[in-house]
Design a protein around this ligand. Structure first.
Ligand SMILES: [Fe+2]
Ligand SMILES: [Fe+2]
Length: 456
């Protein structure tokens, strides 16, 4: 898209060590070529001469690699007073992105409060269990699950606002319980909606020409789970690792490699200790107990390190499969005492590769819902752009990112313009995500993050 930039503005950029490229040949009134479209202008003198010869404005074609960059290679936005000129598509896109980021920040603030309250609740439950030898107050959990439900149902992609901080860890289950519950619930809601639609569509197609049925339009009303059941599953996800409360910290947070015996003990947190705690509290709901008991079970025949093995993968209900994926994703992207956090982009890809194409169709539908919720580029991940900059993803929809380095990889300290990749990438190919480069692990990029992003 083309824009006319005042020559004074270009002079200012170049005077500070920046560079300008028009992307379009610039001629004077007599048809003499003044600036070649693909030759970067780094000389103030050239621009001053052009100005003296009457050139007031210079066209820049952003679609054809035109633009202005500062000395660090960061894109410079044109400053234009409101109403001065018609805004270019690029500016429209960037201003949309900025608005979106503000919305994201507000929702994140709200989500942070909710996350904090949920964390306090699980702390309370764990404290109760330790004090009483196993009893806890179920009402605490139900009330926070209600809140999580309302939040997640309100926005299409609300999960990304509840995405946790990947650079820190707490030494117990607090963050993990909340994260698995929120991610698992978001996937569950998406899955049950998609699955219900799928069945309804199929039924309508199957019986479309059946004259015995007096239905002419879509009359099917299949739903996979009732709202109460969805909440019970969600409670199960919140409590999925509750059995770990009965295992010592030395084993749970051991820095070195765990021994075989320790692994055997650790495994019991689901099918033995977890189930025992539910029994002790009179919780016999099948949704809750299946999640607690089977969230580490195999999703396909040959899967290793899965337990218990008293049921076939094909027998696992979809909500158990969802909890397992949410658990894997959160464990891999979290920093623990014995390991660093992995980059969410790599984790999504790894999980997808591991389970895609396996025999179970239901698993493939669950996997589809998982990827659509987490996004190919999840919030909090750090990716390379094609122009060499590193960018922090603030919203997986778009995705919307904020550059955190210049083109040479040096950290930038001042606040950058957020970029909506799908809109801006159309106009400037340098702003597309570079898929050939492996995303960096959060640990490697944390130091590069400006302060205002470390708090996101
Ligand atoms: Fe677990
Ligand atoms: Fe877990």
């Amino acid at each position: 898209m083309k824009a006319s930039i005042k020559i004074d503005e270009l002079i200012e950029v170049v005077r500070k060590g920046g560079v300008v490229q028009t992307g379009v040949d610039v001629y004077n009134k007599r048809g003499i070529l003044l600036i070649e479209k693909d030759v970067p202008v780094r000389s103030v003198n050239i621009l001053l001469t052009l100005k003296q010869n009457g050139l007031i404005e210079v066209p820049i074609d952003y679609k054809k690699a035109g633009g202005m960059w500062d000395r660090n290679g960061l894109s410079v936005q044109t400053r234009r007073k409101p109403g001065d000129e018609v805004r270019t598509n690029r500016e429209e896109a960037l201003s949309e992105a900025k608005k979106k980021v503000e919305e994201v920040m507000e929702l994140k603030e709200e989500a942070r409060g909710l996350h904090q309250r949920a964390k306090e609740n699980i702390k309370e439950v764990i404290k109760d269990i330790k004090k009483t030898g196993g009893k806890f107050d179920q009402n605490i959990i139900e009330s926070i699950v209600d809140e999580i439900f309302i939040f997640l149902s309100r926005k299409g992609n609300a999960f990304s606002y509840l995405a946790k901080e990947i650079f820190t860890y707490d030494d117990f289950l607090y963050n993990h319980s909340v994260n698995v519950c929120t991610l698992g619930t978001a996937i569950l809601l998406r899955f049950s909606e998609e699955f219900g639609e799928l069945i309804n569509r199929q039924l309508n197609q199957l019986f479309m020409h059946d004259t015995k049925l007096s239905v002419s339009e879509n009359m099917t009303s299949y739903i996979l789970y009732y709202p109460e059941e969805l909440k019970e599953i969600s409670v199960g996800m919140f409590l999925h690792d509750i059995g770990k409360v009965l295992i010592s910290d030395q084993v749970l947070n051991k820095k070195g490699k765990i021994t075989d015996d320790e692994f055997q003990l650790l495994k019991t947190h689901s099918y033995e200790l977890g189930s025992r705690l539910l029994d002790k509290n009179g919780i016999h709901n099948a949704f809750i107990s299946n999640v607690v008991r089977y969230h580490h079970s195999a999703l396909y025949q040959a899967e290793t390190r899965a337990y218990p093995a008293d049921r076939l993968p094909i027998e696992m209900p979809p909500y158990v499969k969802i909890c397992k994926l949410a658990d894997l994703y959160d464990s891999m992207t979290s920093k623990r005492a014995y390991k660093d956090a992995e980059n969410p982009v790599t984790v999504v890809t790894d999980i997808f590769r591991n389970y895609a194409g396996k025999e179970d169709i239901m698993l493939q539908l669950v996997l589809h819902a998982f990827v659509s919720i987490v996004g190919i580029y999840p919030a909090g991940s750090v990716v390379y752009l094609q122009n060499g900059q590193l960018a922090y993803i603030v919203d997986s929809v778009g995705p919307i990112c904020v550059p955190i380095t210049d083109r040479s990889g040096n950290a930038v300290s001042r606040e950058q313009y957020p970029v909506n990749i799908s809109a801006a990438g159309e106009m400037d190919s340098g702003l597309k995500i570079d898929r050939r480069r492996t995303p960096l692990a959060p640990k490697e990029t944390f130091k590069l993050l400006p302060g205002y992003l470390q708090a996101v």
